[in-house]
Design a protein. Sequence first.
Length: 317
Amino acid sequence: MRSYQLKFLIFKENFLRAIILSFYLLIVSSVSFSQVEHRFVPINTSQGLSQNSVHCIFQDSDGLLWLGTQDGLNSFNGRDFKIYRYNPADTNSLSDHFILSITEDANGMIWVGTGSGLNKLNKRTGKITRYYLNPNEKNKVSANYALLVTNEKKDIFLQHDNNLVMITATGDMFVTNNVLQKSKIIAVDSESNIWAIRNTNTMMVLSKSSGYKNTASYPAPAKEPNSLATSWKGTAGTGNILWLYTQESNGRILFFDTKNKTWLQKQITLPTAINHIQVTKDGTGWVSTLTGIFLVKHFEIEKQLTYPGLEKNNMLP
């Protein structure tokens, strides 16, 4: 798994703030593109971050930033860091120091997936509750908590081995066994259906209406040369559209309509590898790559955001 030193690219557009991370450390500066302000701010251990290898980032409903590193969880209020770590002598600590995923439920609780165990953090009181979906995980490293996805109600979904786990907005946990064999979850759509990629080179959906027990499969595009299971990652966009992207040297983005169950006749090819895509509420895709950030609107590249020195540096996945 890649990890990168942390850098924020903070931009404002219609009161929207987004954070993109890069490996490069540079002096605070600002530039503007079409009345959009972009400000680069270096953040690392010198400013209080627990460790420079950042694997995930999340902004909660209160505006706090949560940063998952190889040495603990960091919350950042724009000025100060608060760090949560694993302490074997303290049961009110995280279950592991290696943070893989972060999200928030409807009650404002922060859920943290680690290399060994799932955690719920009450940011008001600091209380941490550990969850082990398999008791044996208490004594070994397991990467089963690498992805936490939420629907509009902020129900949380995750994959644990071949099982689908749902944590409801009320905190109840439900497990649907053996529905994800040879599959990996990529996203939840606007109707709370779960989408996954199968080893059989197909897209699979677990429908909410069936209690996530019934599945349906849809083949990869006819001319797609690469296996979906080995070459593709995905994220949910707006308007029932999934964005799937390759991790090859010339990254490609394909679009799947979850309502009509069809691939769109649109494809984007970039001159560099893609690490991650974040789609905002207005449908804009912020594509972090090895050579900067590409903005995608209406299934086309609108512009590339770069800064002197970023062109040859990695962006956080």
